[in-house]
Design a protein around this ligand. Sequence first.
Ligand SMILES: O=C(CO)[C@H](O)[C@H](O)COP(=O)(O)O
Length: 283
Amino acid sequence: MPDNGLSSQTVAQAALSPIEASKRLAAYTAVDHHVKPEHTIIGIGSGMSLQSARKNPGILSRSDYALGSTVPYVVERIVQQGVEANKKRVFIPTGFQSKQLIVEASLNLGDVDEYPSIDVTIDGADEVDSNLNCIKGGGACHLREKVLAEAAKTFIVVADYRKNAELLGTNWAPGVPVEVVPFAYAKVLRQLRDVLGSPNATLRMAIKKAGPVVTDNGNFVIDAPFDQEKMQDPSKILTQIKLLTGVVEVGLFCGLAKAAYFGNQDGTVTVRREDGTTSQVTA
Ligand SMILES: O=C(CO)[C@H](O)[C@H](O)COP(=O)(O)O
């Protein structure tokens, strides 16, 4: 294997916690099933830099660090397919973090404006419901993530077992991420609270920076939790939020995923597909 930084010290390989092991299992299985030799344009979802992960190995086992900790294993598996398989491929990132991941892995970098038709995009999710609707945007990257999901012929979600839910909002408490232009944030916040029924909607504040989180697109993010009744029909609430002037994108991905791969603690992977079928796969 080439010395691209991934061969000898893969992400905390030796000491993976059960959750980390399940993320890797999901990612590896999804790559094995969906990244084939004929696929040349690949969308890479949000994932933290492998260099950062290696400098701070504990970061991957922090359960609160929901900022793209599964996708690095996708890249790791793709790299394992070898230099020959990857030299003709172009990899499209969903943001700054994902771009770093591609560059550090010595894979060819492209952009979606150059390659608007992607063979397969693989990304993580904050939660997935029984109909493969997803909440995304825990890392505030959901605008580009949705562009890459829609641009792909096949959009695949990878996650650990905690993200596998009947209903969105079961385990993911912060709510639906809503990217909004800064000028409109106060008006959109008020509408989410008073009109759309999310009284606890809040502007997402940065950690280690004073003030709000600013996305890769220069916008703010509001997290809007909705009750179970509203989350029964995510497409409806998606449409209602999207129609608020000033909203750029909503972190509800409805009808986009072809399949979701969930790594389980027992070493199996649950695969749920858009046709409603589910199977357990042993890696
Ligand atoms: O939507 C996302 C970022 O906007 C991520 O895909 C999501 O947060 C998944 O994180 P992890 O892989 O750590 O579970």
